[in-house]
Design a protein around this ligand. Structure first.
Ligand SMILES: [Fe+2]
Ligand SMILES: [Fe+2]
Length: 284
């Protein structure tokens, strides 16, 4: 057992509600029928409320007409249900903590929003999958913070003072990285294999390292890396903007073929959607 596995074993993290785990399993099973899924969601009232809220949102044009979970599932589709469940479960992991956790949460929301926009731009990817991957990409930081809070707060201080990213300093402090821990953790949560892989590899050293991945997963991994870089530059989840930090966003943009003009538009769309998305959690 290596250090990353040990930290995972020793740390206490709020368990993902059983309902969420069940729903994820059902959503991933092509034989699941709507009534079974609806019955499972109803077992968690907070989750049921959120599903109804999303189904009745302006995005689906239902304007308050959806009042059963079955109708909500039909309206939004299995992928959206999966996204809602993962978002709710992840939010649970971050709550009851202080300012640092709030920053980590903000960063997750930011990367999730940016990944959704980038997935739509790139094409060939599910923006729902990208949103979920963005939301969970740094879950390893939560594990590290929960298991060794003093060490993690020392790391955070270094990161803030030196205007760098966690990935640039964590290995000296912990001996391993949050991507590795996140990969192990998400496997423990029984997340889909592809998602675990993207979480584990989102700080890839070079693009060539991803060549053994399936093309869609490789693209998703690149999207997450770019979404992460976009947020880091803007300071989303960090102390402030870091416009001059050395990151690999140019390389990711080249691979994804996103030119300067499009990227500037993506940046603008992101700023707008990020504020909306953040406030949607704060109000409900
Ligand atoms: Fe990360
Ligand atoms: Fe990140």
């Amino acid at each position: 057992m290596n250090n990353a596995e040990l930290i995972l074993k020793s740390c206490e993290i709020p368990a993902v509600p059983m309902v969420a785990v069940k729903v994820l399993k059902l959503v991933n099973d092509p034989n699941t029928d709507i009534d079974t899924l609806a019955d499972t969601i109803i077992a968690d009232q907070a989750l049921a409320a959120r599903v109804l809220r999303v189904a009745n949102s302006a995005y689906y044009g239902a304007r308050g007409n959806i009042d059963t979970i079955s109708d909500a599932i039909v309206m939004t589709g299995f992928m959206t249900i999966k996204n809602i469940v993962l978002a709710a479960a992840t939010r649970n992991v971050y709550k009851n903590f202080g300012l640092l956790e709030e920053k980590l949460w903000e960063h997750s929301i930011g990367v999730s929003v940016a990944a959704g926009i980038l997935a739509r731009e790139v094409g060939g990817l599910s923006s729902e999958e990208a949103t979920v991957a963005g939301l969970l990409h740094d879950v390893g930081k939560v594990v590290m913070n929960n298991s060794q809070p003093e060490l993690f707060s020392m790391l955070t201080e270094m990161v803030y003072n030196e205007h760098i990213t966690f990935a640039q300093r964590e290995k000296e402090v912990f001996g391993f990285g949050h991507a590795e821990v996140g990969g192990l953790f998400s496997r423990k949560w029984d997340f889909p294999e592809g998602l675990c892989d993207v979480i584990r590899r989102h700080h890839f050293e070079q693009y060539d390292d991803l060549l053994d991945m399936a093309p869609t997963e490789r693209t998703l991994c690149t999207v997450i890396a770019l979404a992460d870089a976009l947020c880091v530059r803007l300071g989303v989840g960090y102390q402030g903007p870091m416009p001059d930090i050395v990151l690999r966003d140019d390389e990711c943009r080249d691979i994804l073929q996103i030119g300067d003009d499009r990227y500037a538009e993506i940046d603008q769309t992101f700023k707008k959607l990020y504020i909306e998305e953040k406030s949607s959690y704060q109000t409900g």
